[in-house]
Design a protein around this ligand. Structure first.
Ligand code: ZN
Ligand code: ZN
Ligand code: FE
Ligand code: FE
Length: 276
């Protein structure tokens, strides 16, 4: 039994492929569960959309459900198809009411919570258009400020208990910029919050293909998570059929090295466990 629960669809405007191609790729990769979790709709504070240019609109939820249904039809009884959303945790906004609204739209199997925006200026720090800003931050010795904002936000998201799964825990390292010294000072409050909330974390292999060239999260974070009894999934964050289950074996090795013995399956928010 193995699952990939964090994958996207072209509705987010930066992914490619048809439901049939993704399902065929998941079956070819030997998965037994394929989960679709595209970028959830978001509204600006005045209720307008689009919020940005990399997600579906609220009005496209029916298209999304149709996409999932086509995937289920293609899957037949060859692979289980699960459905969710990757939701954004925004600094200082109405995360709770919006997440409850999203949850009410469909009996999702799970919601993933992710931090892609930090600070009162809602900086989309993982957008490659900010590489120059990151380089300047490093010159100015300011990387720790971005990390502070990120981890405070991640910890608040975990504290909210709104999400079944928490996405790519240390995405803030995407471009390879890290503060000096032991990074566990950032991780520990987040780990405490995740353990208390009982959310699942993921090893997200997309990081291997970014400038940081590591999975999210790093091994120190994973070891703390394992010690805290936090459940784990392994996901690809595929934005193309060829990325489904990508680097799964690498992630399994990393999980085992951190002391994990099981990953988690999730169906209608109910968990079960499967040996690595
Ligand atoms: Zn994406
Ligand atoms: Zn569904
Ligand atoms: Fe993400
Ligand atoms: Fe994603």
């Amino acid at each position: 039994m193995s699952a990939d629960y964090h994958t996207h669809t072209p509705l987010c405007l930066h992914a490619e492929g048809t439901p049939i191609q993704y399902i065929d790729a998941a079956i070819a990769a030997g998965l037994t569960e394929y989960g679709i979790s595209d970028h959830a709709p978001l509204q600006k504070q005045d209720g307008s959309e689009p919020f940005d240019n990399w997600r579906m609109l609220t009005s496209q939820i029916p298209d999304y459900l149709e996409w999932i249904n086509t995937a289920k039809t293609q899957a037949g009884d060859r692979i289980n198809v699960r459905c969710g959303l990757e939701c954004d945790w925004l600094p200082g906004l109405t995360n709770e009411s919006w997440t409850q609204h999203l949850r009410s739209l469909h009996p999702w199997d799970y919601l993933i919570g992710s931090v892609h925006y930090i600070g009162t200026d809602q900086w989309d720090f993982d957008n490659p258009k900010w590489l120059g800003k990151w380089a300047k931050s490093e010159q100015d010795g300011d990387i720790h400020q971005a990390w502070d904002l990120y981890w405070k936000s991640y910890t608040a998201m975990a504290d909210s208990g709104l999400y079944d799964i928490l996405g790519h825990p240390d995405l803030i390292k995407k471009f390879g910029y890290k503060p000096s010294g032991d990074l566990t000072r950032y991780y520990e409050p987040a780990i405490d919050a995740i353990a208390t909330a009982g959310s699942i974390i993921e090893i997200n292999t997309a990081g291997l293909h970014k400038p940081c060239a590591e999975v999210y999260p790093d091994t120190a974070f994973l070891e703390l998570a394992r010690d805290a009894g936090i459940d784990l999934i392994i996901s690809s964050d595929a934005h193309h059929p060829r990325e489904v289950a990508r680097d799964r074996d690498t992630a399994i090795g990393i999980a085992k090295a951190a002391g994990y013995t099981h990953t988690t399956l999730i169906n209608q928010r109910q968990r079960s466990y499967v040996a690595l």
